[in-house]
Structure formats: structure tokens, C-alpha cells
Design a protein around this ligand. Structure first.
Ligand code: ADP
Ligand code: GN1
Ligand code: MG
Length: 357
């Protein structure tokens, strides 16, 4: 591996001596490794500091969030867990190596796993309930977290960035994507809908996760319960809809995010229903009626937003998301837009169900 893991492991108090490590997970931003030391099994991550420009603020958020949750869980019979970052020699929750790489680490949670594609509606329910409880735990946390990426889910800004990438056509790819551009532009008006309601005070900012891909919750092997929400880099002020929307985006299609056979991509209604019931089992307590009624729309919006981001990155020459093949970001964009269409076809039924719960 490209990094000095002996140094990284000795940078964290109590980590133990490095024995072996493998790249782990399917994230698009940070570098994640599963590492064995003579004492522990660890997750070790190199934070992408060109995307997370203030990693110390990010880790400050991380510690505030995880200590708030662990205080809430103490003394209860909840099976939920939270991550707890290892500390460096000065007691800080990160380690900078000699090359300036920014590392963090926590104990590997055993006998649990994540699913890139959810297998059944029970998993969908449990994952969504875990994210709902996560929002619930953070509802009474004092103060406001740092915005680790400003305007992260500001869909209108995301659309502006796409327009700039179209105007620049930096790598000459615009000619390949006219259908995708037309699809997005036909939905321009919807991009600001939640932001407008938030500005009017009708829906409320909370502390949210903002990257609720279903593979960001660990499912217990024995009980099938969602037991630990992970990937906390973007926990910050946001609308609960950003979280529910990303669950719909990642939990309803039976196809991978980068599937090239678009006939496989669709919104499975039974998965939507399971996500909705699971999420409301925890979040139903704090959403107002308007917020609740907008949950189906959030699925469409966030899927469109991530489609916009993949398209923007494709037009910009693949500078943001990690890619593994030519056209990877375009493939990802196309699955998202196909999923938006599938959501639109079933939208009335999604709304009816939501109103009935
Ligand atoms: P990324 O930004 O790369 O998605 P994650 O924090 O989501 O980073 O970690 C990548 C994968 O590593 C997760 O999907 C999960 O399978 C696994 N993982 C992360 N943290 C833990 C943990 N504490 N215990 C067990 N597995 C973990
Ligand atoms: C990125 O790091 P990862 O893979 O969990 C991205 C999310 C996107 C997602 C799309 C910081 O998440 O916003 O929804 O890819 N994270 C960041 O798969 O941009
Ligand atoms: Mg992840």
C-alpha cells in the first residue's frame, strides 16, 4: 500500500503495532482501510482534504456528535452503537503523517456489515429506522455544527455548478450529454422547492447526516437491526429530507449506482414503503405535517441532485468522485436520471401512501 501504516498505527494511542491492511468499502471520496494490529481490528481512513478543506473542524463535529450519542445510549437497553475515534499523542482525534496526510481511526465493529444494494424490505426498514434514530438522538444537541462542505445539499447551487460546467465544456464532452442536460433542465423549477419552504420557515433545519447511502449503516448479522450509523463527514445542519431522499436514492433500486444496463434501474415501491415506515418509526416524532408530506418529493430531489453532481463532474473531467473506468460518472448520472423517471411514474402512489401513514 502507498502509505506508511506502521507510522499511522503508531500515531494513534492504543492502536497497537501494524500487522496488515486492505483497502475497504466502496466510498467515492476518502481512502478507507481495514487494518489489523497486534491488538485490534481497525478502520483507518485518509480524509480527502481537497474536498474536506477544514478536517480539524470535521473531526470536531465527529467528536461532538459521537459523544452526544454515546451519552444518550449510556444506561439504555438500545442495541445502537456509535463510532469512537482513536486519539493521537496529544489527545486529538486524528493523526497527520510526515507527508501531511490526515488520518483518523476507530475500532472495527464486528459481526455487522453494510450492503451496497439492499436485499429485502426488512433491511430497508431497519436501515431507515437507524438513520431516523440518528436524527432523533441529535435533535437536542446544543450549538450548530461546522458546515464541512458549504451548500452541500443546496440543489440550486448544484444546478448552477452544472450550468457553469456546461458553459465551460472543459473537456469537450457536452456533445455526448444533451439528453441528460435536457432532462435536468426540464426539472429546474423543482430544485429550489425545499429551499424556498425553508426560507419561509415552513420546514426546519436540523442536524442531519447528509450522506445516508444505505451502505453507511452497519446491519447486525444476528438481529438484522441497523446498529451503527457511520461515515460522519457530512453530519451538519441540513433538512431531514436530505437524509430520507438519499435513502430512497440508494435503497429502492435493485441495480448498482453505476449499472450500465438502465433497464435494471427502477424504484421498487415495496422498498420505498419499507424505508418510509422505518424512517417514520423514529422521525415521525419530530417532523411537522408539511415536512412529512414532502418525503416522497425528497427522494426525487436528492436523486436528481446527485445525478446533477455526477454530470457536472463528467463535464469537468472527473475531478471530484473517484472513477474506475472511462465514462464512469456518466454511467452514474444515467442511473440517477432513470431512477428519477421511475419515481415520477409512481409519485402519486408514493404520496398517497405517505399521507395514509
Ligand atoms: P467511505 O467514505 O469510504 O464510504 P465509510 O466510513 O463509509 O467510508 O467506510 C467504508 C466502509 O467500511 C463501510 O461501508 C463499512 O462497510 C466499513 N466500515 C466503516 N466503519 C466501520 C466500522 N467501525 N466497523 C466495521 N465496518 C466499518
Ligand atoms: C459520496 O464518500 P461517499 O461515497 O460515501 C458523496 C456523496 C454522494 C455519494 C454518491 C462528501 O459519498 O455526497 O451522494 O458519493 N460524498 C461527498 O454515491 O461528496
Ligand atoms: Mg460510506
Amino acid at each position: 500500500m502507498a502509505y506508511d501504516f506502521n507510522a499511522v498505527c503508531s500515531g494513534f494511542a492504543g492502536a497497537g503495532k501494524f500487522v496488515s491492511g486492505i483497502p475497504y468499502g466502496t466510498g467515492h471520496i476518502n481512502d478507507t482501510y481495514k487494518v489489523e494490529t497486534d491488538k485490534n481490528t481497525l478502520i483507518v481512513q485518509r480524509v480527502n482534504t481537497s474536498i474536506f478543506r477544514q478536517p480539524e473542524e470535521l473531526m470536531d463535529n465527529f467528536v461532538r456528535v459521537t459523544s452526544h450519542i454515546s451519552k444518550k445510549l449510556a444506561g439504555t437497553d438500545s442495541a445502537d452503537k456509535t463510532l469512537s475515534p482513536l486519539r493521537n499523542a496529544e489527545g486529538k482525534p486524528f493523526f497527520r503523517d510526515a507527508e501531511g496526510n490526515f488520518w483518523r481511526s476507530y475500532i472495527f465493529v464486528d459481526k455487522a456489515r453494510t450492503y451496497d444494494i439492499i436485499e429485502n424490505d426488512t433491511q430497508a426498514f431497519e436501515a431507515a429506522a437507524a438513520f431516523g434514530r440518528f436524527q432523533n438522538y441529535l435533535a437536542d444537541m446544543e450549538g450548530r455544527l461546522f458546515e464541512t462542505i458549504p451548500n452541500f445539499h443546496h440543489t440550486v447551487s448544484r444546478l448552477e455548478a452544472l450550468k457553469e460546467a456546461i458553459a465551460a465544456d472543459k473537456v469537450g464532452r457536452l456533445k455526448e450529454v444533451s439528453r441528460e442536460v435536457d432532462f435536468v433542465m426540464a426539472r429546474e423549477k423543482e430544485c429550489g422547492l425545499l429551499l424556498d419552504l425553508q426560507a419561509k420557515g415552513e420546514i426546519v433545519e436540523r442536524t442531519t447526516h447528509n450522506d445516508t447511502k444505505l451502505n453507511n449503516v452497519l446491519i447486525d448479522d444476528a438481529t438484522g437491526k441497523g446498529i451503527c450509523v457511520i461515515d460522519l463527514d457530512t453530519v451538519m445542519p441540513g433538512l431531514p429530507h436530505y437524509d430520507f431522499g438519499d435513502m430512497v436514492r440508494t435503497g429502492t433500486s435493485p441495480a448498482a449506482e453505476d449499472e450500465t444496463d438502465l433497464s435494471k434501474v427502477r424504484m421498487r415501491f415495496e422498498m420505498f414503503e419499507a424505508l418510509l415506515r422505518g424512517y417514520l418509526s423514529a422521525a415521525g416524532k419530530f417532523l411537522n405535517p408539511l415536512e412529512k408530506s414532502l418525503l416522497p418529493f425528497s427522494g426525487k430531489l436528492i436523486t436528481l441532485e446527485i445525478g446533477i453532481r455526477f454530470l457536472t463532474d463528467y463535464l469537468s473531467g472527473d475531478v471530484y468522485f473517484k472513477t474506475k473506468r472511462p465514462g464512469h460518472n456518466l454511467d452514474r448520472c444515467r442511473t440517477q436520471l432513470k431512477l428519477v423517471s421511475s419515481i415520477e411514474e409512481q409519485f402519486d402512489a408514493m404520496r398517497k401512501l405517505t399521507d395514509s401513514l
